[in-house]
Design a protein around this ligand. Structure first.
Ligand code: PLP
Length: 446
């Protein structure tokens, strides 16, 4: 038995399933999870001293690579001044201003679009989306929420229905412990289906508080919205007095400086009109690897939060100074060159994986949303969760393990995105490319 096996056996005695987040247990790929002890740049090292090129990147935050010197220095300096005060700090305002400034585009009409007028910091993406839907309900006085099948917005009760990520990996329809009354207030629709959205608003629009959507779905593998889908959602919500919550926890500051919204809003559209979500949630990159997330949006809605308004939200560690320092350092370092590198690395790896699978005759589609990508073992590109589920998912575990054996750590589920970083240099990419032929053979043989 190696160190990873021993650690997993021991962890299972004290921690449910041996993990603190389900996908880490390798349930859908089998085998023993790697226990990681350190990480630097594009690499992680496990308890047996083996180094892997990392394509998980902490599920998104490590956009600059692991232990980036500027981020580590900022964290060390902040930590030396005190870990948590439970009071306001100057840096929280600095981060809020940074986000407000960063998330803007000049749209095709030349208008400056700024969806983030105010921002509140929380500690996890789950809290951000949970608060956003409470805010939508508080603002509208309505109860129902629309979400899309296969989208993951964290693990609050209202959002677990037909969710992506670990819920998809475990093929769960929802979660035990969520009351029927709560589940009934979440209406789950197929993704990319505007007719379904219009139909549900026609029938129950007067009771719908909001629509929540991943800016580009990336928790059932990557599945970008069809062109105009998000913009149409914003329009339908507005016409019906409901709010659009754009969940950029995963895409925000990763696919571009202004997130997925920034990519879409800057595009030329037929009538030239721009669009803005009412509320936006952030997580992952905004904390640079520390527990930090946020929700932001229209000032009139955000000001409904306590202490100004009647919608309660709070947190002992909200705006934690060490996490905020990591977030500021990460956003400041994530410049145009970083985003160019992410796109280049994503192109190189996605093309190479696709070529390797094709060479072995493995049917697949390349799923892209900016620098996020994944692969579906299907003949045609999926449009929604039902399509994603219909793929030959059994081809992924042998592919995953062949890559792991060759020193490349992929997400341990076919229903997750692959995350690159700006630290993935040519040597790291070369290691990935070398591993591909054997992995593609393993997928073909499955
Ligand atoms: N929203 C999206 C789109 C996510 O991808 C995630 C996590 O993967 C969340 C929300 C929840 O964030 P957290 O895991 O920080 O609670």
């Amino acid at each position: 038995m190696g160190a990873n096996d021993l650690l997993f056996t021991r962890a299972k005695q004290s921690i449910p399933g041996g993990v603190n987040s389900p996908v880490r247990a390798y349930g859908s790929v089998g085998g023993t999870p790697r226990f990681l002890v350190s990480a630097r740049g594009p690499f992680v090292t496990d308890a047996e001293g083996r180094e892997y090129v990392d394509l998980v990147s902490s599920w998104g935050p490590a956009i600059l690579g692991h232990a980036h010197p500027a981020v580590v220095a900022a964290v060390q300096e902040a930590a030396a001044r005190g870990l948590s005060f439970g009071a306001s700090t100057p840096a929280e305002t600095e981060l809020a201003e940074l986000v407000r400034e960063r998330v803007h585009v000049v749209d095709p009409r030349g208008e400056d679009q700024r969806p983030i007028e105010k921002l509140r910091l929380v500690s996890t993406g789950t809290e951000a989306t949970m608060t956003a839907i409470r805010l939508a309900r508080g603002a509208t006085g309505r109860e129902l929420l629309v979400k899309f099948a296969g989208h993951y917005h964290g693990h609050s009760d209202a959002l677990l229905a037909e969710a992506g990520s670990g819920v998809a990996t475990l093929a769960m329809p929802g979660s035990a412990g969520v009351t029927a009354a709560t589940a009934a207030q979440t209406l789950v629709l197929p993704y990319n289906d505007l007719d379904a959205v219009r139909a549900v608003f026609a029938e129950r629009g007067a009771n719908i508080a909001g629509v929540i959507v991943e800016a580009a779905a990336a928790n059932m593998g990557v599945l970008a919205p069809e062109r105009g889908f998000n913009r149409a959602l914003a329009g339908i919500a507005r016409e019906n007095g409901a709010l659009l919550i754009l969940d950029e926890v995963l895409t925000g500051f990763r696919v571009g400086p202004a997130g997925w919204w920034g990519l879409e809003a800057a595009r030329v559209v037929p009538d030239g009109a721009g669009w803005k979500p009412d509320l936006v949630t952030f997580g992952k990159v905004i904390g640079g690897g520390m527990p930090l997330a946020a929700l932001g949006g229209r000032a009139d809605i955000m000001d409904l939060l306590a202490p100004l308004g009647p919608v309660y939200q709070a947190g002992t560690l909200s705006g934690n100074p060490v996490a905020v320092a990591a977030g500021i350092a990460t956003l400041r370092a994530a410049d145009a060159a970083v985003y160019r590198r992410l796109d280049t690395v994503a192109d190189l790896i996605a093309d190479a994986v696709s070529a390797a699978l094709s060479a072995e005759g493995v049917e697949h589609t390349v799923q892209r949303a900016g620098s996020l990508f994944s692969f579906a073992f299907a003949p045609t590109a999926p449009r929604n969760y039902a399509d994603v589920r219909a793929q030959q998912a059994f081809r992924y575990p042998p592919f995953f393990h062949a890559m792991l054996d060759a020193g490349v750590l992929l997400p341990p589920s076919v229903f997750e995105a692959w995350f690159v970083s700006a630290a993935h240099d040519d040597a790291a990419v070369a290691r990935i490319l070398e591993a591909l032929p054997a992995a593609a053979r393993a997928a073909a043989a499955a």
